[in-house]
Design a protein around this ligand. Structure first.
Ligand code: CA
Length: 250
């Protein structure tokens, strides 16, 4: 696996794909090695996971650009694996590579969150062409994956947030709340909408859980900076807007 994190990876996507990373989730060792050898020869970094559970673990651990996924696997099956990873917010491109090529299988795969489907047996050139197409699409999407408001930057691919270059560690919920505010900069986001989009069905209207999380976020993001970014709109909700704090609070 390549070291270097997100910046190496984004840079690698702009080059000729030499460093783009692929995880091959395939239980037939021969097939897996064939794909790995071919992809390596094409200039990709390719790892193999030989069970569904290994695939799950490795996909979570490394930020692969593309996963190729067999459907029938020991342990967790391909469709469930895709479901799980998408639920967790993984943004790697996912290509199903399977001998099961009925319409029903394809639809289940796409519904779970796959980006492409190539039936076995396949021509290796076609696999490479599809992977390159997925990488091109990722590069276009990448521009939307970065949210910027003044000195605050959120990178969806690495799930990281920085303010003035300083990394801010957020929990999943804090991240989701901040993302909602950053997607609606300088607009009021109501408490009800925050409840719906960040807490879903677990949201209890009467609790002050939103206030508490806004307080956590402010503590992590605004402490030590001359401008505060999250403003309270009394009785309505919150807004992302840079504001100098009142003199008496300095
Ligand atoms: Ca299999």
């Amino acid at each position: 696996m390549m070291a270097g994190g997100i910046f190496t990876r984004l840079w690698s996507l702009n080059s000729k794909n030499q460093l783009s990373s692929i995880l091959i989730i395939e239980d037939e060792a021969k097939v897996a090695r064939f794909i790995q050898r071919g992809l390596t020869a094409e200039g990709f970094q390719a790892d193999i996971a030989s069970t569904g559970d290994d695939g799950l673990r490795m996909a979570r651990m490394h930020n692969y650009d593309v996963l190729t996924i067999d459907l029938l696997l020991p342990g967790i099956d391909g469709v469930s694996l895709i479901h799980k990873l998408r639920d967790e917010g993984l943004v790697s491109s996912m290509l199903i590579l399977s001998a099961r090529d009925s319409l029903k299988d394809k639809l289940l795969g796409f519904e779970a969150g796959a980006d492409d489907y190539l039936p076995k047996p396949f021509q290796f050139e076609e696999l490479v062409a599809r992977i390159r197409a997925l990488l091109r699409r990722r590069e276009t999407l990448r521009k939307d994956l970065k949210l910027i408001y003044r000195d605050l930057v959120m990178e969806a691919t690495s799930h990281s947030v920085t303010r003035a270059g300083k990394r801010i560690e957020l929990t999943q919920r804090e991240y989701a709340l901040l993302e909602l505010l950053m997607r609606n900069p300088e607009a009021v986001v109501t408490r009800a909408r925050i409840g719906e989009e960040v807490w879903n069905e677990q949201f209890e209207r009467e609790t002050n859980v939103v206030e508490v999380y806004v307080m956590y976020l402010r503590r992590k993001m605004d402490t030590g900076f001359p401008e505060t970014l999250i403003q309270t709109v009394r009785g309505v909700g919150y807004m992302l807007r840079a504001t100098a704090p009142p003199i008496d609070s300095l």
